[in-house]
Design a protein around this ligand. Sequence first.
Ligand code: ADP
Ligand code: MG
Length: 356
Amino acid sequence: MNPASATASIPITLTQCAKTFRGTRVLEPLDLRIDAGETLVLLGPSGCGKTTTLRMIAGLETPDAGGRIAFGDDDVTALPIEKRQVGMVFQSYALFPNLSVRGNIGYGLKIRRMPAAAARQRVDELLGMMRLTAHADKPIDQLSGGQRQRVALARALAVQPRVLLLDEPLTALDARLRDTLRSEMNTLLRELGITTVYVTHDQAEAMELGDRIVVMSAGRIEQIGSPRDIYYRPANRSVAQFVGTINRLAGEARDGMLTTRGGAVPLPSMPPHTSLHTHQPHEIFFRPEDAWLADPATAHLRGCIESSAFLGERTRLTIGGAAPDPLLIDVAGRVELARGTPVGISISQDALIALS
Ligand SMILES: Nc1ncnc2c1ncn2[C@@H]1O[C@H](COP(=O)(O)OP(=O)(O)O)[C@@H](O)[C@H]1O
Ligand SMILES: [Mg+2]
């Protein structure tokens, strides 16, 4: 039995879901549809309302009056968590320290009074799937962080939830383990095909795991889109800055060019009604990986190296004098350029981002 196959995946719909705690509105009315089987990532800085949204979907918080939550065609707004068939994984895992791995995974089945033989079989399946069979009888405190995380996932999946909800499940782990587990998580979520809402403040995690990403800030949705949309077509400056690093070029727009301190850059094509023939202040943006060092004589911009940071597979250069703010440019491999070295920068024109 495949863990997801017993329950067909269902869409989730939130309609006008706001949340107020003791007179303070922390979530503005939110409309959101999560497609059946998709992994939707809620991404945003701490305090923006991700956990509150997730807890409303789980049934741990009730939306303010007027908000509605549906699983498929079922209105679950008034249902408590135990009646919603959701599997949840928390940042802290919240495992039972006094139970073994097997005891933890089987906990929900015991509560639901599943017959012992069937429960044992189900737990065995999950142990196998999560590569925990050899650890089945160990107490939780003998497991590594990664193993604990797999126990928490197995426990959430044991009851064959209709919806999987994960709240920063990798945040407690060290960076190297987090990278490994992120790709394991990706494989697993794709195999499961279960409707999943995944909360994180880490943009790399959101990019890798999300079919779509919801970027949130201060209790509002800033943008919903595929990882590519969010990265290459950010809706506004706050999304652009939150998702990766971005450079700003500000200057005067004229005849299709933006003239800034260190040179001029061809502007991305504008909608026909916007005329930029007169001198107008203007700004455009680009990502560090979308520019390269070029011969200063023919490059778009000229500046001087302020510093360089070796990051392993690439070097990030900070270049002053080219634009009002220093520009960050990524070049492949190891590049050693002394502070003050004059350089030229050219920017890939289809990578220029115009933001409102
Ligand atoms: N039970 C609560 N009572 C009062 N305020 C809360 C409660 N839960 C969350 N908040 C507040 O709501 C806001 C959003 O919190 P949360 O959803 O946990 O954000 P995130 O998960 O994005 O970090 C924060 O300002 C937080 O302090
Ligand atoms: Mg949170």
